[in-house]
Design a protein around this ligand. Structure first.
Ligand SMILES: CC(=O)SCCNC(=O)CCNC(=O)[C@H](O)C(C)(C)COP(=O)(O)OP(=O)(O)OC[C@H]1O[C@@H](n2cnc3c(N)ncnc32)[C@H](O)[C@@H]1OP(=O)(O)O
Ligand SMILES: CC(=O)C(=O)O
Ligand SMILES: [Mg+2]
Length: 349
């Protein structure tokens, strides 16, 4: 594949558009909270909701009825204008690039609240060509409206072709913020035989061999999403962008939601989607590091001030590599502490 030279890669795509970021802005993004902006009742509470989440996302795509597409777009703009989001990110999920609504979504939003928007989430991204199109369009709007800061792109990985092209999607533009797993559309795209939005399936399992005494055979459920999530995490980490778990649709099963989010956290994800207020506390709990882990990570950093050598702590060998792991945990704890005084106290920060 032909790619741009390094210098061309970082040039603005429209005269007057801001320079692309070289590094992602440092932001705590434990949950991307989805708001249906066509509902006046929900919209009215966004001012109170915003300080309790890291990101508010106005959803315009799936889950918004066709007859409410315009109301959702208008509602998102009204909400964006009315609310002071402070340190909370303001994102939107626009309709798919091949839908009848995308062009009007992006045109209206950039014209009216482009200066407040942080990230555009693009659904059903199939390859780098989708990112290039949105990249160029955003640059033209940034130039037209003299926006000082580039708007970032977050892709949803939710088609088989997208998964096949995940590495070229991740590196398609300096505007790439990250990626989320879209387990519902991806399941459909792959003809997986499920009807769930994320999470496991009891029939996806391995079973131990039968024994001569006929004892019940041990069964272990496997994670349907491990392969895709791991592939996405590697593509994102290699490109210097952020991977996220997507939605978990069974709001009543908080334990399963927490387990799926925690697997994603341990594997390298920065956050997950919250679709219902009850999921916010789960995401906060999972994507803020455990105070005991933070305390141990601090001991590693203190024992190896320049990050080199080998020391023993509680019988465990530490060296340059565990120092790097510890730094990731302590840096994340610092970000969380800056946002959450209660956790700051638990972390001793
Ligand atoms: C596969 C995908 O694409 S996933 C992404 C697309 N899906 C979404 O964005 C769904 C977002 N969530 C929602 O729209 C809603 O949660 C629904 C429609 C699924 C369920 O809503 P309800 O039936 O109202 O749920 P419930 O009665 O439990 O809500 C309790 C309260 O929380 C509010 N609430 C529910 N969801 C949200 C939300 N996402 N954000 C803010 N408030 C919410 C309700 O308005 C209700 O408020 P009230 O107590 O003042 O009446
Ligand atoms: C997240 C999403 O859009 C999906 O699972 O299809
Ligand atoms: Mg989807």
């Amino acid at each position: 594949m032909t790619t741009k030279t390094p210098r061309q890669f970082f040039r603005p795509l429209a005269i007057g558009a801001p320079e692309p970021f070289r590094e992602l802005p440092l932001r705590l993004e434990r949950m991307i909270h989805f708001v249906p902006p066509h509902l006046e009742k929900v919209r009215a509470k966004v001012g109170d909701l915003a300080p309790t989440v890291d990101i508010v996302l106005g959803n315009l795509e799936d889950a918004i009825p066709v007859e409410a597409k315009q109301a959702a777009r208008d509602g998102f703009i009204a909400m964006g204008q009315a609310v002071d989001f402070g340190k909370t990110g303001l994102w939107t999920r626009v309709n798919a690039l091949n839908s009848p609504w995308f062009l009007d979504d992006i045109t209206a939003i950039m014209g009216q609240i482009g200066g407040k928007l942080d990230v555009v989430m693009v659904p059903k991204v199939e390859g780098p060509w989708d990112i290039h199109y949105v990249d160029q369009l955003l640059a033209q709007f940034e130039a037209k409206y003299c926006l000082p800061k580039p708007i970032l792109i977050h892709a949803i990985l939710e088609t088989a072709e997208g998964v096949k092209n995940v590495e070229t999607i991740a590196t398609a533009s300096p505007r790439m913020h990250g990626m989320s797993l879209g387990p519902a559309d991806l399941a459909a795209s792959r003809a997986m035989k499920t009807t769930r939005v994320g999470g496991g399936h009891p029939e996806y399992k391995v079973i131990a061999d039968p024994t001569s005494d006929g004892a019940p055979r041990a069964v272990a459920q496997q994670d349907l999403w491990h392969y895709t999530l791991a592939k996405m995490v590697d593509a994102c980490a290699a490109a210097g962008i952020k991977p996220f778990y997507g939605p978990f649709g069974d709001f009543a099963d908080e334990a399963a939601c927490e387990a799926q989010f925690r697997n994603a956290f341990l594997l390298g994800c920065a956050g997950a989607w919250t679709l219902h207020p009850s999921q916010i506390a789960i995401a906060k709990r999972v994507f803020s590091p455990d105070p005991a882990e933070v305390a141990f990570a601090k001991r590693i950093l203190e024992a190896m001030p320049d990050g080199s050598g080998a020391v023993m702590i509680d019988g465990k060998m530490q060296d340059d590599a565990t120092w790097k792991q510890a730094k990731i945990i302590v840096d994340l704890a610092r970000q969380v502490a800056a946002r959450d005084p209660q956790l700051a106290a638990h972390y001793g920060m």
